[in-house]
Structures are given as C-alpha cells and as structure tokens.
Design a protein. Sequence first.
Length: 129
Amino acid sequence: MKVGQLKYIDSMQFMNSSLASLTKNLGDNHPITSQYFKKLGYTEKQLALVYHKGVYFYDYIDSHDRFQEKELLPIHEFYNTLKVDVWTEFQKISMEFYELDPSHYVSAPSLFWDGMLKMSGVRIELLQI
C-alpha cells in the first residue's frame, strides 16, 4: 500500500515465520538495533539480551522511570527494531542473488516469480484477450 511517498509492506508476505525464528537466523548481525541501543549506552552484554524476541517493549524502555508508568502504551511504542534488521538482511540477500529489491514487491511469490524469469532468461508472451 502506498500513501504519498510512504510505502507500507507487510513483512509476513515475504518471511512467514516468527520474529524469534527470524532474529535467530541473523546470528550476531543486528546493525540497526545495535546502533540504536549503543547510542543509549547499552553494553555488549545488555545488547545480547535485546537481540532476542520476547514479550517486552524493547525500544520503549529507555530508563528506569518507564517502570513507574501505569497506563497502557500507545501503539507506536510497540515498534521493534529487530524486525528492521531481519528485513534489511533479507533485502541484502535478495539483491545479491536476484538483483531485485523486495521493497518493490507485495509478496514473496511476486518477487520470486520475477527472480525466476530473470535467472532463467525465459520470455513470456503477453496474452491477447
């Protein structure tokens, strides 16, 4: 879905797996999450805990004062930078193998269809109706 210059992509259409499983596949490669939390002063030991998916508002808890809050968080506070790392790695791999950016597709099947056509060199005739 595109609104103005913003394009919304449902990552589940490309990577139909849990965030816990996807982040595990990243190993120690979390460039965006790492950069974000290092700016907040997190140590490597603390970062190791952040890299795993759990039931927690990872990006929201930035001080001890947050634990005193008694109201439900607004929806934008549930954003998690781990998903950005997973998408960035998927995008990098797709660019390496297919030279296609998944950000320009609505789902994995449409991306892989173009990848198949590109890699095989097959030309499909346009149907005349």
